[in-house]
Design a protein around this ligand. Structure first.
Ligand SMILES: Cc1cc2nc3c(=O)[nH]c(=O)nc-3n(C[C@H](O)[C@H](O)[C@H](O)COP(=O)(O)OP(=O)(O)OC[C@H]3O[C@@H](n4cnc5c(N)ncnc54)[C@H](O)[C@@H]3O)c2cc1C
Length: 404
C-alpha cells in the first residue's frame, strides 16, 4: 500500500476517534489506520473541556443508546483506568430536590436509573442528605455512589499511546478540507497534504456535520455550538462540596443544569451553563466567526428551536452575563455560597446536534453511508461511554466496510 494510503482514515483525534481506532485495532491488528487531527495535539476540544465526570447512567430513557452506553461505559472506563493506572475517584453524586415538584421528578429519575441498573442508586431523605452534604439545602436527593471523576485528556493520552503502539498513525495539524472519490478510493485533502483511504470514520465532534456534508452526505442535522462556562470555588470554601452536587434537571432540555463538581486537577467547579456560541470553538464570550454564525442563523432548525425555547435561551444569556444570577442558582443548592467564593473558571463548547424541525437531539446518533461511518451526535456522557461507542462504531464498520 502506498505511504499515504490507508484502509481507514479517522477524522478527529478526540476521545471517540481514539477509542474507535483502539477497538478496531484490537479486533483487526492488520488494518492500516491514520487519524487526522486539525489541532496541534489530541483531545483539545470537547474532550479537553468537560466536567470530567464518569457518569453512572441515571438520567437516560431506558432503551436509549445513552442508557445502554453509559452504564456499560462507566464500568469499562473504571476498569480501563485501573488497568492503566490512570488516576480516578469514585466520589459519588447527589441530585438534590428542593420542592415537591422536583421530588416527583426525582422519583422518575430513580425509576429510570433502576431500569438502567445503575449500581447503588437510592433515594435519600433530608436527614441522610444532611449527613452526606451538610451544607446542601434540599428535601430529598438521589444518591449515586458510583459516579466518578477522571481527567479525560489523561484517558485519551493512554488511548493514543495504545493506538500508536498498535501501528496507527496520528497526523496533527491536518485539518480535513475536502474529499474526492475516484478509482475505488477516497482522496482527502488536508492542511498537511493528501491522504487516501478505502473508508472513512467521521469523529469530528463540533464539525461532524460539516465533514459529513464534505463527503456529500446530508446528515439531516446541524451542529449548534453551546458554550458551557464554569467558575472555580475558592480553596477555603471547597469544604462546602463533599460529593458532586446536581440540581434536578429540566426534562425539556438535554443539559443537566449548573452543578458542583470536583475534578482530578484538584479543584471544585460550578457550571456549566449552556449559552449559544458564535463560533464552533468559541470558548470565550468574545469569540466570533462570521462563517459559523452565518451557518447557525441560516439554518431553519435554529429558528424553530429559538421560537420554542427563546425564554430559556434568554435566561442562559442573562445568567452568563450576570454572575449574581449564576450565584442565585447555586444558592438553591448551597445557600452559603457567595459571589466572592467564585473565581474565574474555564469553559467548554458542546456540539449539540439540532434537526431540521429544531429539536435538540438527546441521544447518540451514528450513521452509516457508503464506505463511511459518521458519529454525528456524541454529547455527554460521550466521554464516559467512549469505549462502548468505539465498540459500536467498530460493529458498524464491520457491517459496512470490506475489511479484508
Ligand atoms: C462542557 C462540557 C461538559 C461535558 N461533561 C462531560 C462529563 O462530565 N462526562 C462525560 O462523559 N461527557 C461530558 N461531556 C461530553 C464529552 O466531552 C463528549 O461526549 C466527548 O468529548 C466527545 O468526543 P469527540 O471525540 O466526539 O469530540 P471532540 O473531543 O470534540 O473531538 C473531535 C476532534 O475532531 C477534530 N476535528 C474537527 N474537525 C476536523 C477536521 N475537519 N479535520 C481534522 N480534525 C477535525 C477536532 O479538532 C477534535 O479534536 C461534556 C462536554 C462538554 C462540552
Amino acid at each position: 500500500m502506498p505511504e499515504n494510503q490507508y484502509d481507514i482514515i479517522v477524522v478527529g483525534a478526540g476521545i471517540i476517534g481514539l477509542s474507535t481506532t483502539l477497538t478496531l485495532l484490537e479486533r483487526h491488528p492488520d488494518l492500516k489506520i491514520a487519524l487526522l487531527e486539525k489541532g496541534d495535539d489530541i483531545a483539545q476540544q470537547q474532550t479537553g473541556h468537560n466536567s470530567g465526570v464518569i457518569h453512572s447512567g441515571i438520567y437516560y430513557r431506558p432503551g436509549s443508546f445513552k442508557a445502554q452506553f453509559c452504564v456499560e461505559g462507566r464500568a469499562s472506563m473504571v476498569k480501563f483506568c485501573q488497568e492503566n493506572e490512570i488516576p480516578y475517584r469514585e466520589i459519588g453524586k447527589v441530585i438534590v430536590a428542593s420542592d415537591d415538584v422536583q421530588v416527583e421528578r426525582l422519583k422518575i429519575l430513580e425509576e429510570r436509573g433502576k431500569a438502567n441498573d445503575v449500581e447503588g442508586l437510592r433515594l435519600v431523605d433530608q436527614d441522610e442528605l444532611a449527613e452526606l452534604e451538610p451544607h446542601v439545602k434540599g428535601i430529598a436527593a438521589l444518591f449515586a455512589p458510583k459516579t466518578g471523576i477522571v481527567n479525560y485528556q489523561d484517558v485519551s493520552r493512554v488511548y493514543a499511546e495504545k493506538v500508536q503502539n498498535a501501528g496507527a498513525e496520528i497526523h496533527l495539524n491536518s485539518k480535513v478540507e475536502s474529499f474526492e472519490r475516484h478509482d475505488g478510493l477516497i482522496y482527502i485533502e488536508t492542511e498537511s497534504g493528501e491522504f487516501s483511504a478505502k473508508n472513512i470514520i467521521n469523529c469530528a465532534g463540533l464539525h461532524s456535520d460539516r465533514v459529513a456534508r464534505m463527503m456529500g452526505v446530508d446528515p439531516g442535522l446541524h451542529i449548534i455550538p453551546f458554550r458551557g462556562e464554569y467558575y472555580t470555588i475558592k480553596k477555603e470554601r471547597e469544604h462546602l462540596v463533599k460529593h458532586l452536587i446536581y440540581p434536578v434537571p429540566d426534562p425539556a432540555f438535554p443539559f443537566l443544569g449548573v452543578h458542583f463538581t470536583h475534578n482530578m486537577k484538584g479543584y471544585v467547579e460550578a457550571g456549566p451553563n449552556a449559552v449559544l456560541a458564535m463560533r464552533r470553538e468559541g470558548y470565550r464570550k468574545r469569540d466570533f466567526s462570521i462563517g459559523d454564525s452565518w451557518e447557525t442563523f441560516t439554518f431553519g432548525g435554529f429558528w424553530k428551536m429559538t421560537a420554542r425555547d427563546w425564554k430559556t435561551g434568554f435566561y442562559e444569556m442573562n445568567r452568563s452575563l450576570r454572575k449574581s444570577v449564576f450565584v442565585k442558582d447555586l444558592q438553591k443548592m448551597i445557600p452559603e455560597i457567595q459571589k466572592s467564593d467564585l473565581g474565574t473558571g474555564g469553559s467548554g463548547v458542546r456540539a449539540q446536534a439540532v434537526d431540521n424541525q429544531g429539536n435538540l437531539l438527546d441521544d447518540f446518533r451514528i450513521a452509516q453511508t457508503e464506505n463511511a461511518v459518521h458519529v454525528l451526535n456524541a454529547p455527554s456522557p460521550g466521554a464516559t461511554s467512549s469505549l462502548v461507542i468505539g465498540n459500536r462504531v467498530a460493529d458498524m464498520v464491520e457491517e459496512t466496510f470490506a475489511l479484508s
